[in-house]
Design a binder for this molecule. Structure first.
Ligand code: MRU
Length: 369
């Protein structure tokens, strides 16, 4: 997507042909900083410390980490070690394991001399595929927005609530939850996006708001607790969020707080959609609450908040007593029964084993075996 007049992806290969450039999201919305990463340790830090984040982008970044390692040492031992190092950086987003597995599966079949080149090529393909998947998700999600818009008075905006950032910054480009929104705006459908701030790290306030403002999408930033109230007052026509892992039965794991939005949506008869590319489906897992590992991040993310001060400096301030411990589960699971539909690159699936199998018969059978 464009920043000012320049088109950016979130990650790309540097002009030196091997190191990896990425947008360091920790500084947004205040500064657009690009970092060049030249080692596996650098890639691991970028994922763990959330310079890059969002399930699809984490996967692509890890794929480039494998490529960097293969350039240094293309042995099987190095391949297994880089898989382990990167896999443990963030436990919940399944796209990380998906991308690492895809890289290792391919590279193992090749002679060592060919591995580095093949790794960069495959990582670039995974990045390009992500963009294509998101475009398709956008087209299917647009149908839903069109239908809602058709039932409204002329000019009345479709109210859309979103949580966290499942925008282009969470992917390589376009985003998952935001792709239908961008297409709706391009088509001239009036929309109004309610952006949950998404404590503790404020991905909504920092990133989704920045995306919406940058692309001229009418939007309002709200505190996480406001969603239910807006729904009770008819301001939200649909909720659309992303996911870090969706189970074979349609349970949806996403940023902490998503579950509460789904409960409020159910109580108010507001459709709750989840946008996801198929690499986000974990076909080996059925019960999301019991089986998905939930990342527990540092309590500092709750106690310390980033912002820009009056002098224009980006810094952190403490909002709770030093002595108060903070808990920070980073994701929660929304049971399939609360999900109206899963917007995938192949169409909209019912959030159930049958719904997913109908759209992905080959994957459901192969991966669950
Ligand atoms: O902790 P984050 O910022 O990586 O969490 C991101 C989310 O929860 C997104 O909603 C999810 O990864 C889907 S991104 C298309």
């Amino acid at each position: 997507m464009k920043v000012a007049d320049t088109h950016y992806r979130t990650i790309w290969v540097n002009e030196d042909g091997w190191s990896v450039d990425l947008i360091d999201q920790r500084w947004l919305p205040h500064e657009l900083r690009i970092e060049t990463v030249r080692s596996v340790e650098g890639i691991a830090t970028a994922i763990r410390d959330m310079w890059v984040r969002g399930a699809p982008l984490i996967g692509v970044t890890a794929a480039y980490g494998v490529a960097i390692r293969m350039r240094e040492d293309p042995s099987d031992a190095a391949l297994d070690a880089v898989w382990e190092t990167l896999h443990e950086t963030r436990p919940t987003a399944i796209n990380l394991r998906w991308a690492l597995d895809a890289m290792r599966r391919l590279l193992r079949t090749l002679p060592e001399a060919e591995r580095a080149e093949a790794a960069y090529k495959r990582a670039a393909e995974i990045a390009d595929e992500d963009v294509e998947l998101n475009r398709s998700i956008g087209r299917h999600g647009l149908e839903i927005i069109r239908k809602i818009a058709a039932g409204k008075k002329p000019g009345e905006p479709v109210g859309i609530l979103t949580h966290c950032n499942a925008g282009w910054l969470a992917t390589v480009d376009y985003g998952t939850a935001t792709a239908p929104i961008y297409l709706a705006v391009e088509e001239g459908i009036p929309v109004h996006v309610y952006v949950d701030e998404t404590r503790p790290r404020n991905q909504g306030a920092h990133l989704t708001s920045w995306e919406m403002a940058g692309h001229g999408v009418p939007h309002t930033l709200i505190v996480d607790n406001a969603g239910g109230h807006l729904m009770q007052h008819g301001m939200v026509d649909m909720v659309i969020v992303g996911t870090d892992r969706t189970t074979a039965d349609g349970d949806v794991c996403n940023k902490i707080g998503t579950y509460l939005k789904a409960l409020a949506a159910k109580d108010n008869g507001v459709p709750f959609y989840v946008a996801l590319p198929s690499p986000t489906i974990d076909w080996t897992v059925r019960d999301g609450v019991k089986e998905i590992p939930i990342e527990e991040r540092s309590g500092d993310e709750v106690s310390l908040v980033w912002g820009k001060d009056e002098d224009g400096r980006v810094r952190q301030v403490r909002i709770s007593p030093e002595a108060t411990p903070a808990g920070n589960p980073a994701f929660d699971v929304t049971p399939a029964r609360l999900v109206t539909g899963l917007i995938t690159e192949r169409g909209i699936a019912e959030a159930s084993a049958e719904g997913l199998k109908a759209l992905f018969p080959e994957r459901a059978n192969a991966d669950a075996a």
